[in-house]
Design a protein around this ligand. Sequence first.
Ligand SMILES: *[C@@H]1O[C@H](CO)[C@@H](O)[C@H](O)[C@H]1NC(C)=O
Ligand SMILES: *[C@@H]1O[C@H](CO)[C@@H](O)[C@H](O)[C@H]1NC(C)=O
Ligand SMILES: *[C@@H]1O[C@H](CO)[C@@H](O)[C@H](O)[C@H]1NC(C)=O
Ligand SMILES: *[C@@H]1O[C@H](CO)[C@@H](O)[C@H](O)[C@H]1NC(C)=O
Length: 440
Amino acid sequence: MKFLLLFLCVVKILRAQEDAVLCSGQTCSTYITENPCAALPEKCKIQNSTYNGLFLPSPDPCGCCQYCLENLNENEFCARGEVGGLIPESICGPGLTCFQDVQGADSRCVKMTDAVTKDDTLSTLYPCSKAQADYDKRREEETSGFLETRPDCDDDGLYQPYKCVLGQTCFCVDKLGKRIFGEIPFTSTADLNLKCECSRKYHEVLKFFDKTALHPNQHFRCASNGDYDTIQCIGDACMCTDAQDGAPTFPNEAPVNISLISSTTLPNCFKKNLHKTNKYYHACAEKYLSILEELEGYKSDGYDTVFEMEEYPKCDLEGQYAPVQKNETTDPVYYYCSFPNGTQIGEYQGSDETDMDCNCARTLLLMEGALEKPQCCQNGNFNPVQCRRGTCYCVDADGSQDVNKPENTEGEIEVSIYEKTNLFCYKEDEQQKCAGTASI
Ligand SMILES: *[C@@H]1O[C@H](CO)[C@@H](O)[C@H](O)[C@H]1NC(C)=O
Ligand SMILES: *[C@@H]1O[C@H](CO)[C@@H](O)[C@H](O)[C@H]1NC(C)=O
Ligand SMILES: *[C@@H]1O[C@H](CO)[C@@H](O)[C@H](O)[C@H]1NC(C)=O
Ligand SMILES: *[C@@H]1O[C@H](CO)[C@@H](O)[C@H](O)[C@H]1NC(C)=O
């Protein structure tokens, strides 16, 4: 596993160098003389808002020719892909899908948001478009929430890498909209600041290998905003890497030994507020790896089961402590919300790990100095009932306004502060458990 990942990475680096040699300008000009490139479709040459195309890696060996599919506009006829068909010359443009409205009719490009309302089975294919369509409908019926924002979708009807809660924070999500590692204070320019490439890639790799987690030395290290950390070590070899794609920034420079990382050896990427001299792993990852090493030691000595071993701490993708940690020294044990350095945040703690996420306690850390902060429960979760500027509403586990009242549930979506017991998410016993919140 470990070797496979490292291998993939090394192969990527070698490939980049090899390609540079094999497919140099000279190779291409020879290749093109012998195999003239096909003419670019008209729309690809224009590339304005109405006439455009999608450039793709060229099917020729060196990628010498430009290859481009014409983007079809809304309502233009399209052909649905057939296995073994010709290489297509056009596809429905961004946010559009080839859709057959009536049986027997020709397919046309329609907005994904329209297609999902006509054919519910497309909701799983374009979950974000579906969420947009639902939001638009509520908007029209004037039942949308006052803090609700229209979901941001990519051209394929999937979620953009970030989701923002107005005035609170923005955090990374996967393509299906599920929250993943990476959070920053709220910004209206999240599309520029929150690319979440490292965080997203990690989850894709997990899915690919059908794993629930990887050891800290088996994956790229992410930064707290879901980007790649600008220093990566593979085994003992460390190098500067690009925050957006994790590729080596100076591929021709010799790697630096992991025990020698400093502002002198890696002057282009060592950040004093982030990195430690001569030390790559953050405290949690370091502890995790020491336990792993001990465990592997026992295994190589022939012990199958090891009792009395310390448990792995829960680390995040940066190698810092994850939000929920266990204090094992007490009897009974308890769980607490943790700063990235492992110290407990205020008095946020609980006895049941399964219903604890500490999302609210962590969000508060990013909202220092804000006037209106969310209310956290004793266990660090968001109180499902939140109030802002005299209006109370329901939120989900991420603190985002929730207007999806479950079927057969009584109650309102938004009420004035005097009527908060009328909210569909208001539960007396839960509110009592939530109360007595410790501030930080
Ligand atoms: C795009 O280019 C075409 C052809 O040059 C032109 O007719 C059309 O007006 C342009 N559209 C926009 C929005 O600029
Ligand atoms: C890195 O340094 C450590 C000791 O500081 C040494 O044991 C190890 O062999 C070195 N690794 C490489 C690849 O030079
Ligand atoms: C765990 O609990 C003990 C006893 O209450 C306390 O002294 C210690 O600081 C706690 N550890 C952490 C990491 O919070
Ligand atoms: C952990 O971080 C918090 C917040 O930055 C700080 O108040 C606390 O003193 C730190 N704890 C340790 C053990 O460094």
